[in-house]
Design a protein around this ligand. Structure first.
Ligand code: NDP
Ligand code: GDR
Length: 337
């Protein structure tokens, strides 16, 4: 039986990956940081909470990483843990760098000295592309991160490549474009929208306040993307791969698709800071822009080219943006019914 260790197992991707690896017959270990109210809502929702072996684990502490590596000696190690909210990274730049950049080399070095045959996956991100240099973006696109989060992830990306080249480790990075699901964190824009719309559809009156409505993202379904992570570690050679859908959508269009899934008919008015959306059926104000959600620097356009992953891993995204918006809207609507 193969053993896998997943950091960030309590997060969105960690939960889907744990479920996938358990289905494939792995013994699954997960790193959990100490919190005052230990709860595992995502793992519980997928019905796998009692099947994952949990280990105390914090990316900021090298010694607990070494202990976890020594205790498990995993065949595969997936580093999904991170301070993953781009918006918060301007408020927590040092912490974000410590966890998202230094945390990666802490793991790589613990593996190199204690379990060198372990295959390693690093959660790299389309945020590394940042300012648009090339459309669509692929593995060779120049990196130009636009947030402390993006900058920290660039370090994680290159140190993974460096340990592969320096020590011959089987270390791969998945450059994943945005991927969402009903388990998405509530502060990310897609989930903020579907949660807010669900409350409005059930009689609520609070409009959803958002920032930049013109940003474009390449959004896929998280369940597809964890399959891609696993496929990367099954290759004979470690490498880096973009996972994306190759379509891009504005925040406004995602909002419209999710609203339509809740039987709303939107009337968009104004622009910039004055933009609003009203549901023609009820006359309710459902969205207004609040500049407090603008970011100090924005990533305007992300669209990924997953040709390499398709060719080498046989991987493609299976859920399109309308299906994704509908899936998330339905889940949040039903949860309030
Ligand atoms: P989540 O925010 O849902 O999960 C993050 C996980 O990291 C949680 O389990 C969290 O634990 C854990 N964590 C945070 N800080 C620490 C720390 N100091 N030590 C140990 N664990 C910590 O993220 P996602 O599942 O969405 O993303 C997974 C990874 O993929 C992240 O690295 C993210 O940056 C990256 N990524 C995500 C994309 C996406 O669209 N979802 C796209 C590209 C990359 P806790 O539950 O205690 O908070
Ligand atoms: P992102 O996701 O920054 O792409 O990072 P997020 O959903 O936070 O933002 C997407 C875009 O929406 C705009 N936006 C808002 N965002 C939030 N969160 N809240 C708002 O009110 C709002 N209004 C507009 C943002 O400005 C942005 O342009 C996600 C994370 O999962 C990262 O960890 C991961 O690396 C990248 O995706 C790929």
């Amino acid at each position: 039986m193969k053993k896998a260790f997943i950091t960030g197992v309590t997060g969105q991707d960690g939960a889907y990956l744990a479920q996938l690896l358990l289905e494939k017959g792995y013994e699954v270990h997960g790193g959990v940081r100490r919190i005052s109210h230990p709860e595992l809502p995502r793992l519980e929702k997928l019905g796998v909470a009692d099947k994952v072996h949990l280990h105390e684990f914090d990316l900021s502490d090298p010694y607990n990483i070494i202990r976890a590596v020594n205790a498990v000696q995993p065949d595969e190690f997936y580093n999904l843990a991170a301070q993953s909210f781009v918006g918060a990274s301007w408020d927590l730049p040092i912490y974000t760098a410590d966890v998202d950049a230094m945390g990666v080399v802490r793991i790589l070095d613990a593996l190199r000295t204690n379990s060198p045959k372990t295959r390693f996956y690093q959660a790299s991100t389309s945020e590394m592309f940042g300012l648009v240099q090339e459309v669509p973006q692929l593995e060779t696109t120049r990196l130009y991160p636009r947030s402390p989060y993006g900058v920290a992830k660039v370090y994680g990306h290159y140190i993974t490549m460096n340990y592969r080249e320096s020590f011959g480790m089987h270390a791969s990075s998945g450059i994943l474009f945005n991927h969402e699901s009903p388990l998405r964190g509530k502060e990310f824009v897609t989930r903020k929208i579907t949660l807010g719309l669900a409350a409005l559809a059930h009689g609520g009156t609070d409009p959803i306040e958002l920032g930049n409505m013109d940003a474009r993202r390449d959004w896929g379904f998280a369940g597809d993307y964890v399959e891609g992570m696993w496929r990367m570690l099954q290759q004979d050679e470690a490498d880096d791969y973009v996972l994306a859908t190759n379509t891009t959508t504005t925040i406004r269009d995602f909002f419209t698709y999710a609203a339509e899934a809740m039987w709303m008919d939107l009337d968009w008015r104004g622009e910039g800071e004055n933009e609003t959306a009203i549901d023609r059926k009820t006359g309710k104000l459902v969205m207004r822009v609040n500049p407090k959600f603008y970011r100090p620097a924005e990533v305007d356009l992300l669209i990924g080219d997953p040709t390499k992953a398709k060719k080498k891993l046989g991987w493609t995204a299976t859920v399109d943006i309308r299906q994704l918006a509908e899936m998330m809207a339905k889940s949040d609507y039903d949860a309030l019914a």
